[in-house]
Design a protein around this ligand. Structure first.
Ligand SMILES: CSCCC(=O)C(=O)COP(=O)(O)O
Ligand SMILES: [Mg+2]
Length: 261
């Protein structure tokens, strides 16, 4: 396995989750099906609660924005089993969430609701966050060298903390100095990485961002970050050009310090 030297000026790792610390299959085969299976019951049970009202409000604002951009969710024929206004409103939210998920959208509104729904699944032990075996030893080593480690994922901060807090390797939250999600900006926008550097209190050049998505890598690179593109089983295929342009990381154990104390 090729060794990749961590640039000397790097003092912060910024990590993506899906496809980087965690298999895509965990998200696609476990987390997302849980949402689809429990969505209607969850909304019915929590509809009157403030948190759920806020989630629905955010989804409605996103739907209005989508309408303006001609990205409207298809409206289905009225279901004859729906009787009350509440049932109708819930059905609209269900349709919207399922449509967004089918389109693999990463809106803050969708991700916030998902995070709230997973809470019970993790707390009861029904779901445990999967993390690749090389991840924890590497992060512990980076931290021993004095580096800081942050997460930046499209999953909400709450969803991130659930995944690592209730992981197959136990509570891993002490590995991280902080978390960022799309409330700071989209992962394909350079500005988001500049804002993250400001929030951390370092220059973009001091950060090394690891992700499986080359559009995210490009945005981070344009902002001045060091980047590595993570290739795990089942991740998106890279072009020859992408393979030759980016540092390709198949396991975190490839990342080594050289010339550092
Ligand atoms: C950490 S929440 C579950 C994964 C998820 O919903 C997601 O969108 C992950 O996207 P990422 O930016 O980590 O690739
Ligand atoms: Mg990813």
């Amino acid at each position: 396995m090729v060794t990749i030297t961590i640039p000397e000026n790097v003092s912060v790792f910024l990590l993506d989750i899906e496809g980087t610390t965690t298999p895509i299959t965990f998200v696609k085969d476990i987390l997302f099906p849980y949402i689809k299976e429990h969505l209607e019951d969850y909304l019915s049970a929590h509809w009157e609660e403030d948190e759920c009202k806020q989630d629905v409000h955010l989804l409605k604002k996103q739907a209005e924005e989508d309408l303006k951009q001609n990205r409207a969710c298809p409206v289905h024929a009225v279901d004859q089993t729906v009787h009350t206004d509440e049932e109708k409103a819930i059905r609209e939210v269900v349709d919207n969430v399922l449509w967004q998920m089918a389109a693999e959208r990463k809106t803050t509104a969708l991700k916030q609701l998902q995070g709230h729904m997973w809470r019970a699944a993790y707390a009861t032990g029904r779901i445990k966050g999967e993390v690749y075996q090389d991840v924890v030893p590497a992060i512990r080593q980076w931290r021993r060298h004095g580096l800081k480690v942050y997460i930046y994922s499209s999953g909400s901060i709450e969803a991130q903390k659930l995944l690592f807090g209730y992981s197959v390797e136990g509570d891993l939250l002490d590995l991280f100095d902080g978390h960022f999600d799309t409330t700071i900006g989209a992962k394909v926008e350079s500005k988001s990485y500049e804002t993250i550097a400001e929030r951390i209190g370092c220059s973009p050049e001091e950060i090394m961002f690891l992700t499986d998505v080359t559009r995210e890598a490009k945005a981070a690179e344009d902002a001045g970050l060091n980047v590595g593109v993570v290739v795990r089983p089942g991740n998106m295929e890279l072009t020859e050009e992408e393979r030759s342009h980016y540092r390709i990381i198949m396991t975190f154990s490839q990342l080594e310090f050289s010339g550092r104390a």
